[in-house]
Ligand binder design. Sequence first.
Ligand SMILES: Cc1cc2nc3c(=O)[nH]c(=O)nc-3n(C[C@H](O)[C@H](O)[C@H](O)COP(=O)(O)OP(=O)(O)OC[C@H]3O[C@@H](n4cnc5c(N)ncnc54)[C@H](O)[C@@H]3O)c2cc1C
Length: 386
Amino acid sequence: MRSYDAIVIGAGSVGLPTAMFLAKEKLKLLVVESNASCGQGENKAAIGGIRATHSNPAKIKLCLESLRIYSTWADTYGGTVGWKSGGYCFPVFREAEEEVLKGILPIQKEFGLNIDWVDAEAIKEIIPGINEKGLRGGTYSPEDGQASPLMASYEMHRVAESLGCDFKFNQKVQAITSDKQRVSGVTTDKEHYSAPVVVNAAGAYANELGKSVGLDIPVVPDSHEAGISAPVEQFLKPLVVDLRPGPDGRSSNFYFGQNEHGALIFCYTPAELFVGTDHRCTSEFAPSIAQRLIDLIPRLKNLLVRRLWRGLYPMTPDGFPIVGAVDERPGLYLAVGMCGHGFMLGPGLGANLANLIVHGRPLIDPDVFDSLSFSRDFYAAKDALK
Ligand SMILES: Cc1cc2nc3c(=O)[nH]c(=O)nc-3n(C[C@H](O)[C@H](O)[C@H](O)COP(=O)(O)OP(=O)(O)OC[C@H]3O[C@@H](n4cnc5c(N)ncnc54)[C@H](O)[C@@H]3O)c2cc1C
């Protein structure tokens, strides 16, 4: 079969839930993925944090929906995505970070998010063993959580397939094709597939595909390293984000959590961005992140690190995703530029995009959704909390 109602390019953090929700609408659907199986792009590099506690209305609303989908997955679909409800905690040691975090609390509360500033004593309970020196307090949002990107992609693939969605793995889309202005399908290294609707969910490689239909999609990847430890007894509920720069100048913020199997999973944002698609680990990351983890929670000096990796953030100029229809190319939809938040945005975004494609409007307020459109001014605003 080579003719479909819609084609999704990319079986990743965003393409998979988008496909799943489109398949629920009973579309004849194809997902084309260049890797051998689902979730093997940047999806599997994510450490699995999911929070709605952003400062941007669209991200708040989409991630609230993602939280609902991930946290109720087992009841709704019968499998498991490794959901752990432990919240997010930003411990604070300096006035600068206190000001930033307190500054966005009113917006977060306006959207009904369960987040508050708590004092140092409360932080010591939330993050047992935290270094108390200079601790001023921090924010805590108990309804955020984490899940496993690998398990989630497996599950979404399973559900989408059970709803009739076709998957073609090991096929790289070389071009999105069009007939006059309207998209007409995709050409891969093996076949041509036709469809009146194509969703570009190609992550870090979104712009390569955009070029085939004359678009310059401002998604530029940069690489980030991460690691995972051997499991230890559960002691840490939330995902922890330390916004301070690292003492050795290699990192800006760093974040980590303990997954449902007890493993600590951690990464940092490099102080100087590594622009490009290099997935090779550096020799700098392990000693640098180890020092940061031990400085923050001294007992972590006993952790056994199992594995390190490097993945890409598909970045946009303003730090927000690019989502929705492309006016210049009827039938083409973008779900790209997820930056560091594609796993948490994925399900909420997929549900909204599917509704837009099939019913002509997203589930959330269309004006809020449109703030993520391709036609926006990419240099107008910056997210306070990347
Ligand atoms: C170290 C690290 C930690 C992170 N932690 C988190 C976190 O805690 N929470 C969070 O929300 N996010 C996190 N992220 C970010 C997250 O991983 C990304 O934002 C997300 O995976 C991007 O999703 P995507 O669907 O756009 O891309 P991907 O998941 O990469 O999916 C795109 C897919 O498209 C396929 N593809 C590309 N081009 C083609 C083509 N031409 N033909 C066919 N297939 C193609 C790729 O193979 C890939 O499978 C982290 C990232 C890193 C690197």
